[in-house]
Design a protein around this ligand. Structure first.
Ligand SMILES: O=C(O)CCC(=O)C(=O)O
Ligand SMILES: [Fe+2]
Length: 354
């Protein structure tokens, strides 16, 4: 990417179709809910928990996106992670490439990602909560070969691993608290979803968006919906995240709030809830003046989970909207299409819609 930057103009692979190019100066919107989780984190009464769950439920329904404060993740944990992350991304490219992702193990550093076949102006690093686990080798449903996914750890900075492991532990707790609140908001037992995470494939992603010479043409990450259950995102202080507003599809900037986490519903929650809660498209714009960093926890089920709408939520008036599919195969396809430019259309959860 260094070479590209020196040219002061982005390569054609990064250029978005005119209709997907970002408008400059999108104002942060009012209305993205901000939820105080203190009532759900401390030993609260069932009534308090239900009250917070209702707020979460409304935010999931109306926006698919919300921010949380008093979430229980220590500020110090994020600080340590941010410092280690920024040091890692400032290493020379050949150093970072030593822990580069491969087609047989998608964990690690990557600087060549595609979203919907257009390259992102982004470098990132994926680290799994479980150190090593089996995953389908290919998206082909007839291929039963499994490969091992395992974490790649860099030599530098030396504190990187510990900082990541602490962030993984703390954001996992928050993700499961949100999962409980979402279950309660749907009138389900708080632990209704837990069985799908026995061998969870959750990971953290550290994002780095270098300064971009053409934020009018390229995006940090192109428009997409997260293919997971939910995302817990530390946006950092530089804006850039935009969400497609459910009411009119307009791109809305999500304002960074110090110490808050931004939460969004992923495709798998959309399937489980039979679209009572929908995952919403979002993107990250480029910035010619400053670099941007973010960090997120992606909550993902065990690879062998069969995805389908929950029976409790599919009543006569709301019959199942999705056919069954295997989570691991779905994800193997998505990861492959992010890894390299494919001729085939990128698979989306909509392909399983009845
Ligand atoms: O960097 C951000 O603010 C969001 C990143 C994102 O949407 C993703 O990595 O899926
Ligand atoms: Fe995303």
């Amino acid at each position: 990417m260094e070479v590209v930057k020196a040219l002061e103009v982005v390569e054609p692979a990064f250029i978005q179709e005119p209709q997907h190019r970002p408008k400059q100066g999108v104002k942060p919107a009012e209305g993205i809910p901000l939820i105080d989780l203190s009532g759900a984190i401390s030993n609260s009464s069932p009534e308090t928990l239900k009250k917070v769950a209702r707020e979460v439920g409304n935010a999931c329904k109306e926006w698919g996106f919300f921010q949380v404060i008093n979430h229980g993740v220590p500020a110090e944990t994020l600080k340590k992670l941010e410092s280690a992350r920024n040091k890692f991304f400032s290493l020379p490219l050949e150093e970072k490439r030593k822990v580069r992702r491969a087609e047989t193990n998608f964990l690690g550093y990557y600087e060549h990602e595609f979203t919907k076949n257009v390259r992102d102006w982004n470098e990132h690093y994926d680290i799994s909560l479980i150190e090593r686990y089996p995953f389908p080798a290919s998206p082909d449903v007839n291929d039963t070969t499994m490969v091992d996914y395992f974490n790649r750890w860099p030599e530098n900075p030396p504190e990187f691993r510990e900082a990541c492991e602490e962030f993984l532990r703390e954001t996992e707790k928050l993700a499961f608290k949100l999962l409980e609140l979402i279950a309660l908001s749907l009138g389900l037992p708080g632990n209704r979803f837990n069985g799908y995470f026995k061998d969870q494939t959750s990971f953290i992603r550290l994002n780095y968006y270098p300064q971009c010479p053409n934020p009018d043409l390229a995006l940090g990450i192109g428009r997409h919906k997260d293919g997971n259950v939910l995302t817990v995102l530390a946006q950092g202080e530089v804006s850039g995240l935009e969400v497609s507003r459910k009411t009119d599809g307009k791109w809305i900037a999500v304002k960074p709030i110090p110490n808050a986490y931004t939460i969004n519903i992923g495709n798998m929650m959309q399937v489980w809830t039979n679209e009572i809660y929908e995952s919403v498209e979002h993107r990250v714009t480029g910035n010619s003046e400053t670099e941007r960093y973010s960090a997120l926890f992606s909550l993902n089920p065990s690879h062998y989970v069969t995805m389908k709408p929950l029976e409790e939520l599919t009543i006569d008036e709301n019959p199942p909207k999705y056919r069954e599919f295997n989570y691991g195969k779905f994800t193997a396809f998505r990861k492959l299409s992010n890894f390299k430019k494919l001729n085939a259309e990128n698979i989306q959860v909509e392909h399983f819609r009845i």
